[in-house]
Design a protein around this ligand. Sequence first.
Ligand SMILES: Cc1ncc(COP(=O)(O)O)c(C=O)c1O
Length: 402
Amino acid sequence: MKYDFTTIMNRGGRNTMAVDGYGMMTQGIDIKEGVEPIPMWVADMSFATVPTVPQQIIERVNHPEYGYFITPDEYYNSIIEWHEKRNGVTGLTRECIEYENSVLGGVASALSVLCSKGDKVLIHKPTYIGFTMTLKNNGYDIIHSELVKDENGVYRMDFEDMEKKIVENNIHTTIFCSPHNPTGRVWERWELEKAMEIFQKHDVMVICDEIWSDLILADNKHIPLQSINEDAKNRVIAEYAPSKTFNLAGLVGSYHIIYNKYLRDRVRKESSLGHYNAANLLSVHALIGAYKPEGYEWVDELCQVLTENVNYACDFFANEFEGIEISKPEGTYMIFPDFTKWCEKHGRNIDEVYAAGIREGVIWQPGSAFNGPNCIRMNLALPHSKLVEAMDRLKMAIKGLE
Ligand SMILES: Cc1ncc(COP(=O)(O)O)c(C=O)c1O
């Protein structure tokens, strides 16, 4: 490997949420004395970003003038090239792209354009907690359509249920997550086509969150929803960011792609109303640094590392335990093990499993936050040696309950 994904970085002492804020996850459960916590919860990575990011930022910072600035052409050109080279997107122009102060901020602005307060919005379950909060905080009603596992344990959309809920609730907006957090599904073309067919049939506008679209595992392939057909191109408001891909969440900087001029004018207007949505000089330069040629290589290597970690963790659970079910993710760096059968077999509940992991210093996240009550979400974006250590600790913790 050209880049370093093995060094164990000391992330503590810098107000890093994953490490310095893990108390949010321990729920008053004490970690055993002398055991160092391993952060496997909030969605950022225990890897240093690609070196071109700090290089680009430092180069700009060295010029000691940080007044009002104009977003440079290089920013837009970097995005256009990234989408062309990574996802085969052609014909993307600068006017379709706009900075957003975080993906959830973009989702909130798009919702304001598409919905009135109290409107019902369709979303899949399990659900990324940020969507739940954004919808609740902004006064929209959530209608869930549950993903169902097929005979191979793969989470699939229940198209019949989606259509029924859309019709019954007179729904005209959905938030679609692609790849899906927390299940890690990378939707296949036929799945996207079928979903879009339903959305078109019932006039449902789509906010598509593709923040995870660079983190694709093994041989899977991400297909941008807007590329499905001409209707999708005009019906979908897509949200992207370099933040998950390059570990830049603390810099805050995402962007939308909207081809439909009417929609993008409306979203832009809505985003501008709070006067908070101006690009930050450093995050603009971070994106430019990330989308350089080195960034392409770095992400390819990262995806290999994540694939190995996901394979290791899935095999570990399968070999060591009976009844812990994992639908192997095809993208993201999350796994979402379901302990329902294991708990039934051993007369335990999910809180006991969760607490046992925390006591061993494995900082994972309750699935209930994602509408998966018997699941626990685990972040595998950490050096492999740390993952091995975490899984050994979990083995001890869970075996101790059997
Ligand atoms: C699907 C999804 N969307 C959005 C976000 C958050 O993005 P931002 O911090 O840019 O709002 C996350 C973070 O985990 C996520 O998983």
